[in-house]
Design a protein around this ligand. Structure first.
Ligand code: C2O
Length: 548
């Protein structure tokens, strides 16, 4: 039987303050955040689901986890504590190089603050995993505590598990949550909706359930003779927002701010409102835009963020459905059909009376120094290539033909600017995420004679030796205005070269990273789909070391 939509209220996750106000000044708090196995109600009519949840205590742990609130320049200290019992609630494929292959007696986990600018030993490197009570640790694990300087501009981050080979299942089990950095001195003058009632994170992901309420993950792989359980992508038919299936929210006739995070493993969402309401974008990923941009739809790859204002006073109806029509897989799959359950996200019930609304959307938001393309320290070509078995099943994905455990090839300097040409030779769009780096997408150019180029790349794995310039002669696609700001993830279109300009470390940080770059862990960059779909079988990550 199908679950009825729009019967549960949209939850607001508990908030954890990473700072306290002492005598008018903001001071750091030290947090102990646990990971707990518990049961979670995703829908009124669904039996409670065994999950892994982040929280201060088992009782208060939630899916998604609590929203952590930080202040600009006030560091957060977190000890992430693994309290998970030894048997995973989801099937893990032990034939892939995972943390559990190290014969752990517990479940390896490591939290990563996505979008954070911090030292590598606090970055949640996949090999820095640890089991319950820190009993066993991965090869790059260094200390129990994580230090997030929050020395970056205000914006939306999120934290999620990042353990080697288990990220996919640990995320599906519930290990993710929102982290907001606020800077009242910059943000208050903007006048955007700013109370917890009118400023709400929306964490959206898809899941499938068995009738007993447990999460369903098909445990037979697409290519069982090679990897019995591995599937490159996970798609669920139930859309969850803030931990409830297709929830509803009653709103007043005024402006709201929604920080929308696509926390799915593989599903892209192209969100739109059924009654034509607009999204007024004020930020994307972890940074504000320079100016607000209005659109009728917003396409988010896994781990992308749209931070939008929605003005319900503009609605002619009293109901607005937030809907989705993105194909899955994106873009090669079929578009979501209107009667598919994944075409609906949540429902807004708009109260009839117009309200006095003192919040506003200013003409301009935050200005950044212009990128100086004449002073680029390095130009790099990064090719994503999928290798297939004789039956055409994907078996692994490499960057420039190199697996994760190959020696580091990208060694940018802190504070430097680089241009990367990301060449997507696969069939699917890959949301590329770079740790520590913030980038602007300049343009996307279609490759011509793709087959010939692919053949050369399979052989040489070197875009320059394969004369990339001869192939970048297709149509140029410009970047939508609301995605022209600084991003930490972007959708790499298949058959295209995406040109990005990356700044390593930050626009207004003065943090110094005093570490030895010859020692692990360093930073990683990766496709967020492959990350979720079993980092690291698809070996799509190359470690990035940052030299001082
Ligand atoms: Cu959102 Cu490397 O992660």
């Amino acid at each position: 039987s199908k679950l009825e939509m729009f019967v549960d209220e949209l939850p607001d996750m508990p908030r954890i303050m990473a700072y306290q106000i002492v005598g008018g000044a903001s001071k750091s708090n030290s947090l102990n955040i646990g990971m707990f196995k518990k049961k979670w109600k995703f829908h009124r009519d669904l039996p409670p689901t065994p999950v892994y949840a982040y929280g201060l205590t088992s009782l208060t742990a939630t899916v998604p986890g609590p929203t952590i609130e930080a202040h600009y320049g006030v560091p957060t200290y977190v000890t992430w504590q693994n309290n998970l019992p030894p048997d995973h609630i989801l099937p893990c494929d032990l034939t892939i190089p995972t943390a559990v292959n190290n014969k752990t007696n517990g479940i390896p986990t490591v939290a990563h603050l996505h979008g954070g600018i911090h030292a590598p030993d606090s970055d949640g490197n996949p090999n820095s995993w640890f089991t319950a009570g820190f009993e066993q640790k991965g090869p790059t694990w260094t200390s129990k505590g994580c230090h997030y300087p929050n020395n970056q501009q205000p914006g939306n981050l999120w934290y999620h598990d990042h353990a080697m080979g288990l990220t996919r299942v640990n995320l599906l089990a519930g290990l993710l949550g929102v982290y907001i950095i606020r800077d009242p001195s910059i943000e208050a003058p903007l006048g955007l909706p700013n109370s917890n009632q009118f400023d709400r994170p929306l964490v959206v992901f898809d899941r499938s359930f068995r009738s007993n309420g447990s999460l369903f993950l098909n445990s037979t792989g697409d290519n069982p003779s090679i990897h019995p359980q591995w599937r490159p992508e996970y798609f669920g038919d139930v859309i969850i927002v803030n931990g409830k299936a297709w929830p509803r929210l009653t709103v007043r006739r005024r402006k709201y701010r929604f920080r929308i995070i696509n926390a799915s493993n593989a599903r892209f969402f192209r969100f739109f409102f059924t009654n034509g309401l607009e999204f007024i974008h004020v930020a994307s990923d972890s940074t504000y835009l320079e100016k607000p941009v209005s659109t009728n739809e917003t396409l988010l790859g896994p781990s992308e963020i749209s931070d939008v204002i929605v003005d319900f006073s503009k609605s002619s109806s009293n109901v607005a459905i937030l809907a989705n029509d993105a194909p899955y897989p994106y873009p090669s799959g079929d578009p979501v059909d209107e009667d598919e359950t994944s075409s609906k996200v949540m429902k807004f019930i708009i109260l009839p009376n117009r309200e006095v609304d003192t919040s506003r959307v200013p003409k301009s938001l935050i200005k950044y120094p212009a990128v100086d393309l004449a002073n680029v320290a390095q130009t790099r070509y990064i090719a994503m290539y999928e290798y297939a078995s004789s039956t055409d099943e994907p078996t692994h994905l490499y960057l420039n033909g190199k697996p994760f455990n190959a020696p580091v090839t990208e060694t940018p300097k802190v504070g430097s600017t680089e241009v990367w040409y990301v060449i997507n030779l696969t069939e699917d769009n890959h949301p590329l995420h770079i740790h520590l780096g913030l980038f602007k997408v300049l343009d996307q150019t279609q490759l011509v004679q793709l087959k010939e180029f692919k053949n050369c790349m399979t052989e040489l794995n070197d875009a320059i030796k394969c004369n990339i310039g001869n192939y970048t002669r297709g149509q140029k696609v410009s970047v939508p205005d609301h995605e022209k700001g600084w991003k930490n993830v972007y959708k790499m279109s298949p058959g295209f070269v995406t040109k990005i300009v990356v700044r390593f470390s930050y626009i207004h940080t003065n943090a110094s990273y005093a570490f030895d770059p010859t020692i692990e862990p360093g930073y990683v960059y990766h496709c967020h789909v492959s990350l979720f779909n079993s980092l690291i079988f698809p070996l799509k990550i190359i470690r990035t070391h940052i030299y001082m």
